[in-house]
Design a protein around this ligand. Sequence first.
Ligand code: COI
Length: 356
Amino acid sequence: MEISITRTANPKQKPTDESKLGFGMYYTDHMFIMNYDEGQGWHDPRIVPYGPFELDPAAMVLHYAQEIFEGLKAYRTADGTIQLFRPEKNMARMNVSCERLCIPKIDEEFAIKAIKTLVDVDRDWVPSAEETSLYIRPYIFATDAHIGVHATKHLIFAIILSPVGAYYPNGIEPVKIFVEQKYVRAVIGGTGFTKAGANYAISLKGQEEAERQGYIQTLWLDGVERKYIEEVGSMNVFFKINGEIITPALVGSILGGITRLSIIELLRSKGYKVTERRLSIDELVEAYNTGKLEEAWGTGTAAVISPIGELKYGELVMPINSGEIGEVSQMCYDTLTGIQWGKIKDEFGWTQSIDE
Ligand code: COI
């Protein structure tokens, strides 16, 4: 399929101070759109000026939340190359989400081509200041104007771009996380392993409570026993306990993060012992009480590597590594971002130029 390109006649003013981009505050001049209609499949891929969609008020997504998304980034390196980080993993995961949400799958290679073409059209928007990147948000939603619950026949696949800085306001400074005991995010058999927008909608209530208590995000426990650690609002989570690095296993209710996978591969390549298994909150508290909880950090495309400096579980407040960034978290951050921004040789073959 050929991607048609209609350039805007009114380019926007780009943010002048790249050190103040924040996260998700600005959008570029163009977007990618492709439609799905039963009988036609995915068709009419096009890059058009960024702007609102026209949606029927009965559109299924507005009533039944049939929407999935992805998140990846483009990075500008010192020699001006613009590169993506493991986009094939995002597109493969997008199809996993499609499958679970009864959304017709996309052609993964074609979707990567669409991303590269769109980033190329808006390449001047890729920021170059330290710790900035262009966040890429592909998403699919059901547009059928029919409020009976039924299989989707019409959808839109869109991609928008946003120049961003750090996800958390204080960058790589350790964050404080609240262990959620009242609400749950996912259960095995549900959609927790997908990037369904609805997963994030149901997490807002816990997030609100965490924020009310001065914490930035929630750490979710499993939805059945409320015992096993799953993930944080927008990140997977890692703990260093007595020298061993442990991250919750992908049991079906946890998102298989691409940063998570990359950090496991990176740590193993450096000789660290990394174990993917169920980890109970009681075991974590025990490790804390016996001085064995050495480090904790979150991983995510938006959050990158985010050290956790404090956890609150009920009345128990657990400072970790005296609230400082730990040695392993720092190494993970430096190596991962070094590869992403082209400062370190990419021995893993994780990056690809948009011009490839
Ligand atoms: C990402 O890390 O890309 C995500 O999709 C998380 C989102 C909640 C910002």
